[in-house]
Design a protein around this ligand. Structure first.
Ligand SMILES: Nc1ncnc2c1ncn2[C@@H]1O[C@H](COP(=O)(O)OP(=O)(O)OP(=O)(O)O)[C@@H](O)[C@H]1O
Ligand SMILES: [Mg+2]
Length: 400
């Protein structure tokens, strides 16, 4: 699949922008802080229903405005979808697919994207929450129905925790006990579903991770992943464990058993990556997790995911750059951001889009330097395919 067009209104530092993407590689270039990541962040939002950088959506709305609009056209196997998202400072966000209202959590059905970003280092280094999110987002891309299961489980845990907290350190009243039993039933049911999904996903992903690590790092180190869980394998054992831990749960006022405490353990040559891997090895592991995800999605029915490489090349040595470029370049579409164009391997530089202070300045062949263009007798018809709306307005003003 690929994104052919993206339009932003009051999203981050964009008042208004409209950009066309080509199949294959698209390189977004511009100095630091100009809005390159903001562009890909808007696509990540559509693919996952949230930003990869901030926990709340308010920061995505242009300062001083009340709502942001993201519109994109996704083409998959000859079929096109127009996706429209409205992010509201007050009130619920809204989404449409081809003009019909859809739930935000259904958006991953239309756009699948795999983001590689500097924040991925935290996947390897930081606490388990990020790794659970990694697994669950990937699971939802493979089976969008699971978004509902995860949000139901979150709700059950919130309700259950607030009940445990209110009854904390005391005995449960009769009615509280009945309510807790209802939540326990839901926790067991949803918890087992999430557990089984994660187990199947990790089993499918593991060989891809091992292979992707070899590709990225260029060595024969053994990268392994495993799910670590405290969830028992069946409903009966789950209920028994809940009964056994009830006193502790009441003392601490939180749910102690469930997939919300799972971790995805990452090992390199048999040692826990979080504790032993070097900086470069951690980076390779993070990239391998993303590349493996992309391979897994490619094997599924949805076609190639859109590959988004945000600022990753600057962090890599020449060998890793080349190998990652080769692996990612094989996908239907790759969006790359870089402050320094030379950091990006040649093969990914064909279609350049220049970003300057929240304006898409130039795209396509026009993004070449005047010297490069001087040697080109034909004007590339794509050169004017897209300009920032601000710039188009200026051009019209001059023409008129
Ligand atoms: N809600 C917002 N309203 C207005 N401006 C914003 C908003 N959110 C972020 N910005 C601005 O967007 C800019 C950052 O954009 P972005 O992260 O896309 O930069 P970048 O081009 O990727 O830079 P780098 O090369 O450093 O990664 C900053 O100047 C920031 O102040
Ligand atoms: Mg950036």
């Amino acid at each position: 699949m690929r994104v052919s067009r993206l339009a932003l209104t009051d999203f981050r530092n964009y008042r208004s922008a409209d950009v066309a993407f080509e199949p294959g590689a698209n390189l977004l270039v511009g100095r630091n802080g100009q809005g390159k990541t903001n562009i890909v962040e808007s696509l990540v939002w559509i693919a996952t229903g949230s930003s990869h950088r901030v926990p709340t959506d308010v920061a995505l709305i242009r300062a001083g405005e009340q709502r942001a609009i993201v519109r994109c056209t996704v083409t998959n196997d000859e079929r096109s979808f127009q996706l429209d998202v409205e992010l509201n400072a007050k009130g619920a966000n809204r989404a449409q697919a081809n003009g019909n209202g859809v739930r935000i959590r259904d958006l991953p059905r239309y756009l699948q994207a795999v983001l590689f970003s500097p924040e991925d280092l935290q996947l390897v280094r930081a606490d388990p929450a990020g790794r659970r999110r990694f697994l669950d987002e990937l699971a939802v891309m493979r089976a969008p129905r699971l978004a509902g299961v995860h949000s139901d489980l979150d709700r059950v845990l919130r309700q259950r925790n607030s009940l445990l907290k209110s009854a904390r350190a005391s005995r449960l009243r009769e009615d509280e006990l009945t309510t807790l039993e209802v939540w326990d039933g839901r926790l067991v049911e949803l918890g087992l579903e999430v557990l089984r999904t994660r187990q199947a996903l990790v089993a499918d992903l593991a060989p891809h991770v091992a292979e992707a690590y070899r590709v990225v790092a260029g060595d024969e180190h053994r990268a392994e992943i495993a799910l670590v869980t405290n969830v028992p394998a069946d409903a009966e054992a789950f209920r028994a464990l809940l009964a056994q831990r009830r006193r502790d749960e009441l003392d601490r006022g939180v749910s102690l058993v469930g997939p919300h405490r799972d971790d995805l353990e990452l090992q390199l040559n048999g040692l826990l990556a979080r504790h032993y891997a070097s900086h470069g090895e951690s980076w390779s592991f993070a990239l391998a997790l993303r590349l493996a995800s992309a391979q897994l999605l490619r094997d599924g029915s949805g076609g190639d995911p859109v590959m988004i490489l945000d600022d990753v090349f600057a962090e890599l040595d020449a060998g890793r750059r080349q190998r990652l470029a080769e692996a990612a370049g094989g996908f239907e579409q790759v969006l790359i951001t870089a402050a320094v164009e030379d950091d990006v391997p040649e093969a990914l530089r064909d279609h350049r889009i220049r970003i300057d202070a929240g304006v898409v300045v130039e795209a396509g062949a026009a993004a070449r330097t005047p010297v490069e263009r001087a040697g080109d007798p034909d004007v590339d018809p794509d050169a004017e395919a897209v300009v920032g709306v601000d710039e188009r307005a200026d051009a019209e003003a001059v023409d008129g």
